[in-house]
Write a protein that binds this ligand. Structure first.
Ligand code: SAM
Ligand code: FES
Length: 358
């Protein structure tokens, strides 16, 4: 009897989340911890209905260019952290980055995401030059940067040069947890300040966290969800934590596909019009992880456009998928995966659309 009551309570919370686009922290914790069969399908069905109401069956493509795996930071979880002497380092020149974007354009990409470690080689001036060159050549495209933490003046320069969006995962909304994942030289407050600066400037901002990162509890995830609801980012990037053998978290367990999928559905219901990628990390822990992500409310995928000779070097975690394929092959494979679950990849900038009038 007791169990039937608890089960009904969980499903009612899913209904409430759908109707009110929010829950109390306690209720969110119950949704995260619910382990009744059929619950994830129930939640995913609601998340799918919401994403289809706003975005139909379209899945937006972002062409990811991993510009450098050189990083001055030492995040404990990250395979390209400064102190990993075994990482084979590379960086792309401005010309190589532009070549990737040109090739991506011909393949149908209308958003380029430049991601990399915090590599001082890329000065403000160089980033400005790269962004301007991409926008000059492809004025119909959006440029997203994901290059870590800068001061507001630098973010402003990149924006003025034409950058449209910025991805900077908050990693965790709990300061103590942040300090367990990063060395003392890195600051939770600064990361959060960066996110506020980016929003102030006018970027479409993406934040997010790893699922199942070391020491993470349900209470931390509730804090993350509360932060997302209040900060209202245009994009949310989440993916499972996956250990990298050359880090101090080498023996930690990876995040699970089930919890990642559940969080994707919850985030879709909390922020109905958000841009939500099904990430490579999700595809790494489960061969059909990205398809499952799409079916749980995700509406973005980010095929890799990096030159094939450096792909195998941008290794944040072990067993990363898609490190061998050519860009054209990647996009074909992605389109097939997406259509196999009844959705379609589209050639469009895929900007965030605000439906707040409803
Ligand atoms: N340097 C930029 C920054 O700090 O935002 C962008 C690159 S960073 C490698 C991109 C994201 O990779 C991080 O925000 C983190 O969430 C994710 N990441 C790093 N190590 C990971 C791991 N072991 N498993 C899963 N995701 C990881
Ligand atoms: Fe800098 Fe991972 S530690 S990108």
């Amino acid at each position: 009897m007791e169990e039937a009551f608890e089960r009904a309570y969980c499903f009612e919370l899913a209904d409430k989340l759908e109707a009110e686009r929010d829950l109390t922290d306690e209720e969110l914790a119950s949704v995260l911890l619910c382990d009744y069969p059929g619950f994830d399908e129930y939640l995913a069905e609601k998340a799918r209905a919401v994403r289809e109401k706003y975005y139909g069956k379209s899945v937006y493509l972002r062409g990811l260019v991993e510009i450098s795996n050189i990083c001055k930071n030492n995040c404990y979880y990250c395979g390209i952290r400064r102190d990993n002497a075994n990482a084979e380092r590379y960086r792309l020149s401005e010309e190589q980055i532009l070549d990737c974007c040109d090739a991506g354009y011909d393949l149908g990409f209308r958003t380029f995401v430049l991601q990399g470690g915090e590599d001082p080689y890329y000065t403000d001036e160089l980033i400005v030059s790269i962004v301007s060159a991409i926008k000059d050549k492809h004025p119909d495209c959006a440029v997203t940067l994901s290059l870590g933490e800068f001061e507001k003046e630098s973010y402003q320069k990149f924006f003025d040069a034409g950058a449209d969006r910025y991805l900077l995962r908050h990693e965790t909304a709990d300061k103590e947890h942040y300090e367990m994942l990063h060395p003392a030289e890195m600051s939770f407050d600064h990361r959060m300040q960066c996110l506020r600066d980016l929003k102030d400037i006018g970027y479409q901002v993406g934040c997010g966290m790893m699922v199942g990162s070391p020491y993470q509890t349900a209470a931390h995830l509730v804090k993350d969800l509360r932060f997302l609801k209040e900060f209202k980012p245009e994009m949310v990037g989440i993916g499972p934590f996956i250990p990298h053998h050359d880090t101090q978290f080498a023996d930690c367990e990876a995040g699970t596909v089930d919890m990642t999928i559940r969080l994707l559905s919850i985030i879709r219901l909390l922020l109905p019009d958000v841009l939500l990628p099904a990430t490579t990390a999700l595809g790494t822990i489960d061969p059909r992880g990205r398809e499952k992500g799409i079916l749980a409310g995700a509406n973005v995928v980010m095929p890799n456009l990096s030159p094939s000779d450096v792909r195998g070097k941008y290794l944040l975690y072990d067993n990363k998928i898609c490190t061998g394929d050519e860009a054209a092959e990647c996009i074909r494979c992605m389109a097939m995966r997406i259509s196999s679950v009844g959705y379609e990849t589209v050639v469009a900038r895929g900007d965030h659309v605000s439906f707040s009038m409803e």
